[in-house]
Write a protein that binds this ligand. Structure first.
Ligand code: GTB
Length: 217
């Protein structure tokens, strides 16, 4: 059954691939699963029809027959469990890959999102210039630790996995809004390896097409 995901009809990132539907598109491309996309306006995301799928009125969602999922971690995990290619076959390797996925979402992404949100919402506040270096230090600590763990390895846990997919996605968000990633050459190269994957490129092109179509109209 072809799953349907939701995405922004007008993504604020103008097709840079930073909205979270990109992670799901990438996972589906990695496993070779075709999918459909339902585009939503901001207003539609808050309407009852979408709220039954996503209690917080956000994108992305994932529908496959009777199954409706929200949260990129849960959706990506579901895809990785149902198809070969995103999780190691052995139980311990799978557990480690899943740990990296959670690390991306729970440990690395929060300080990145906090800095980004503050730059939108607190930029004009008197405390912002004092808080910004504190937030950036928090991010740097995580990058430093991640860089030390990755070392010269290609991926975080042997072969490319859902843990890398999520970590690269999170780091790309930082790369789009700061120069911090460039301070860590092995992490920059890691992200570039992710972006070079054919599945990533297909997913990126698909979401860019949405932006291009909306700007033509
Ligand atoms: N924890 C959830 C998940 O992982 O699925 C978070 C989902 C989420 O934040 N969705 C955002 C959303 O629907 C879109 S991705 N926001 C609308 C709302 O909450 O009302 C976040 C995002 C948006 C825009 C950019 N950008 O323009 O660069 C990047 C990321």
């Amino acid at each position: 059954m072809t799953p349907t995901i939701t995405a922004f009809a007008n993504s604020p990132d103008r097709g840079q691939g930073l909205a979270r539907d990109m992670r799901i598109r990438w996972a589906l491309e990695e496993v070779g699963q075709a999918y459909e996309v339902r585009l939503l306006s901001f207003a539609e995301m808050k309407e009852p029809a979408h709220l039954t799928l996503h209690p917080f009125g956000q994108i992305p969602t994932y529908e496959e027959g009777d199954l409706a999922l929200f949260e990129t971690g849960a959706i990506t995990f579901h895809i990785a469990e149902r198809h070969a290619g995103l999780l190691p076959r052995d139980a311990e390797g799978r557990a480690r890959a899943i740990a990296w996925m959670f690390a991306a979402l729970n440990t690395v992404e929060p300080p990145i999102v906090e800095r980004e949100a503050a730059s939108y919402m607190e930029r004009d506040k008197p405390w912002h210039e004092h808080r910004l270096p504190i937030m950036e230090d928090r991010i740097r600590t995580r990058l430093d630790q991640l860089s030390a763990r990755l070392g010269e390895a290609k991926w975080l846990n042997g072969a490319f996995s859902t843990g890398d997919l999520m970590m690269v996605s999170v780091l790309l968000r930082l790369k789009a809004s700061s120069d911090m990633l460039a301070e860590f050459p092995n992490l920059s190269a890691y992200v570039a390896r992710g972006e070079a994957r054919p599945a990533y490129k297909r997913a990126f092109a698909a979401q860019l097409e949405v932006f291009e179509a909306s700007s033509e109209g």
